[in-house]
Design a protein around this ligand. Sequence first.
Ligand SMILES: NC(=O)c1ccc[n+]([C@@H]2O[C@H](COP(=O)([O-])OP(=O)(O)OC[C@H]3O[C@@H](n4cnc5c(N)ncnc54)[C@H](OP(=O)(O)O)[C@@H]3O)[C@@H](O)[C@H]2O)c1
Length: 357
Amino acid sequence: MLEGTLSVYAFILIFPLAVIGGLIFLIRNFIRSTEYFDADARFDGKTIVVTGGSSGLGRALSVELAKRGARVIVACRTKARRDSTAFFLRSKTGSFNVRTMFMDLTSLDSVYDFCQELAETEEKIDAVVNNAATLCPQSKTSDDLDMMLGVNYVGHFLLTNLLSEKLLKHGTSSSPVRLVNVVCGSLRSGHIVNMDELEGKCAGGYSMRGVYRSSKLALHLMTKELAHKHGDEGIAAYSVDPGYLNTGLYRNLEGPFGKFNQTCAKILYRTTEEGIQTVLYCLGSKDVLKESGSMFKDCRISDARNSDWTEKHVKELWDRTSELILSKGIKMQLAPPEQDEEEEGEEEGGNSEASEE
Ligand SMILES: NC(=O)c1ccc[n+]([C@@H]2O[C@H](COP(=O)([O-])OP(=O)(O)OC[C@H]3O[C@@H](n4cnc5c(N)ncnc54)[C@H](OP(=O)(O)O)[C@@H]3O)[C@@H](O)[C@H]2O)c1
């Protein structure tokens, strides 16, 4: 009798646990199943710029690119991160063909200085990965822009425009220079931001996740307009959704929902090694060449349609963002390089500093 009761209790306890465990296993497999890019593909001779390469996806990507023979230029938010990232990448990959530089996306001046120094000191650039991002409560950049829109979108918009002349020198329509914008699937529910929102003049409540999604939608629309503008000239642009990742991106989410998200990230989300596969694919595969302007996930095209936007909106957002940057007193073109002056004295010029090999 007692034994029977015990086994009923054991069943009542074990059965739900087994169901929950099974469900977690299935969800984890669903989230983490991804296509892997060709493990033998090499990037020898390619110079690739990665923003936000000091942690998370960007750091894993920088490691992999260096291991596969690329010269990797990593933009880091602080000078301390620049130095620690240089040490990490060199010890992890054994490659001294890694350059880490300072660039804080909260300052348009810093982005400008970074691009100026890069254009003057690098012979060529074959690819740029706009990866850095922040998911944070409402705040402002030093240019009085909304923090998330400023870092995730406007800073990368300026960087891409400033480097495009340099990129176009080496890209051809048959062998284009590649630009990858790292976005997220939830951009489908983002909306097109207006000037007030870009400047952080938000009427009503501020939705942290809503603004994050809109910043990623803006980045994807930039991909589309770049493909449209430079498609025949030698820049191919792609958006990549890496899927949910176990990184520090969720560190600023507060309350029970924040804790839940951070726990999910640890248990269920992809590793950064899984997350970088589609970025590698867009940087290295020939199959993507005809697909400039598209969004990719799991090494295939992913539909990013959003009924809110049309080609007209895409162009308007581009023009609005250029106007905004100019209104902050920042030029949208780099100064011409100084005429054949000795480069030695210039090494530490400007606001950005490089920790070089
Ligand atoms: N995690 C996810 O589930 C997920 C899902 C979809 C898409 N993504 C996208 O994947 C990309 C990488 O994110 P992650 O998950 O790897 O997040 P992460 O670990 O937080 O990395 C973000 C990177 O951006 C850098 N960064 C932040 N603010 C910056 C600034 N003001 N100036 C320059 N760099 C700055 C960070 O520098 P520090 O190291 O100095 O902080 C870090 O290197 C992002 O574009 C993100 O939107 C992530």
